[in-house]
Design a protein around this ligand. Structure first.
Ligand code: SF4
Length: 155
């Protein structure tokens, strides 16, 4: 089950997009130096198609991308809901921020426009550091994907 802790409109998580970012609890990753340890806990409300549709109806027209921030405890549901967005809201892009180092077998890449992959390692830094182990992939309609991590990093 996915449980959402909160959500916000953000501008830096996905380059060139205005992103409605939904933060999920029940994070199983336990990264050392985690910036949001309160997301490890079992808290918040269940996030399903009904909640997602309601959220989109409130903010529709004010964002271009819906981002699932976390949800590594239930990637199957992340995938199902991303597919739901793709099928019902053609103008909204989808993104997933995973804290795992490899992509879950439950994820179908065609349901996403962006996927961030990689655990947080304090010594390697975040996406804005050139030493980072994390990657942001952009998916194109022809099935190709591009590593756009460089978009976060200062020249
Ligand atoms: S994936 Fe994110 S929220 Fe989860 S433990 Fe790692 S840094 Fe914290």
């Amino acid at each position: 089950m996915l449980k959402y802790f909160n959500y916000d409109i953000v501008f830096q998580e996905i380059p060139d997009e205005v992103t409605l970012a939904v933060n999920f609890a029940l994070c199983p990753n336990r990264c050392k130096g985690c910036h949001s340890p309160w997301l490890w806990e079992d808290r918040g409300e269940e996030f399903d198609e009904r909640v997602l549709r309601n959220l989109i109806s409130v903010y529709e027209g004010n964002f271009t991308c819906l981002a699932f921030m976390g949800g590594d405890n239930d990637p199957e549901t992340v995938n199902r809901l991303a597919k739901f967005v793709k099928e019902n809201f053609k103008n909204i892009k989808t993104a997933w921020y995973s804290g795992k180092d490899t992509l879950s077998e439950d994820i179908e890449e065609r349901n996403f426009d962006y996927i961030k992959i990689g655990s947080y390692k304090k010594e390697l830094g975040s996406l804005k550091d050139k030493t980072t182990n994390q990657r942001l992939w952009k998916y194109y309609p022809n099935g190709e994907k591009e590593d756009i991590t460089y978009r976060f990093q200062k020249k």
